[in-house]
Design a protein around this ligand. Structure first.
Ligand code: CA
Ligand code: CA
Length: 206
């Protein structure tokens, strides 16, 4: 389960001076039980699952296998809080917040194939499987992850083998490659800002 909370950039840095005005955080808790019977999840009734606290106008928190984690507990609580930044006005009017909760699952990957598809392996024997990755020419340059599931037809037991690959893009002459180290210095993290996090290294996401 993915939870993405967003506020408009115009609230994050209204005056575009790279000093943040208001940011937000997102939390996922499990509500164990309504111990005091007030119909609401109180802090001492919840346990933290995950959170996102990047200095950005959006944040992501994920929760794996939510149904299993929920079990017989009372519920899953998604909450967002707003944090005043150093450039916040003295009075911050109500900020519009968008929260998107998405349930994700695995699916077949048309870019990846395995050969051979199956093999008969004698006791003590082995087999080689080749994984081929063919991303389309217009694939978005980023890191992709997946898994190969190998099922033993005799025992019915599956093994999950993870894989990941990067899709690169050719940087044209109209762009400056900031990580090339042409001057043997890393770019100044205090001067370079991106969409991911204003409080962490620029290369961590943007
Ligand atoms: Ca500002
Ligand atoms: Ca309660």
């Amino acid at each position: 389960m993915d939870v993405v909370a967003t506020i408009p950039y115009s609230w994050f840095d209204a005056d575009n001076d790279y000093i943040l005005d208001v940011r937000l955080r997102v939390w996922i808790h499990i509500w164990r039980a309504d111990v005091n019977g007030n119909g609401r999840p109180d802090p001492d009734e919840m346990m933290l699952v995950n959170y996102g606290y990047n200095w950005a106008n959006w944040n992501l928190a994920t929760m794996a296998t939510p149904t299993i984690k929920l079990g017989s507990y009372r519920g899953i609580v998604v909450s967002v809080d707003l944090v005043r930044g150093p450039d916040a006005p003295s009075y911050v009017p109500p900020v519009p917040v968008t929260v998107a909760v998405t349930y994700v699952d695995t699916a077949g990957d048309p870019w990846v194939s395995v050969s051979p598809f199956s093999a008969t392996i004698p006791p003590g024997g082995n087999a080689t499987f080749t994984l081929t990755v063919r991303p389309p020419a217009n694939a978005i340059p980023t890191t992709y992850i997946g898994e190969v599931v190998v099922t033993n037809n005799v025992t019915g037991i599956g093994m999950h083998v993870p894989y990941s690959f990067n899709v690169y893009a050719t940087v044209g002459s109209s762009f400056v490659n900031l990580t090339a180290g042409v001057s043997r210095w890393w770019p100044d993290a205090l001067l370079i800002r991106g969409a991911t996090d204003w409080a962490w290294r620029f290369e961590s996401g943007d």
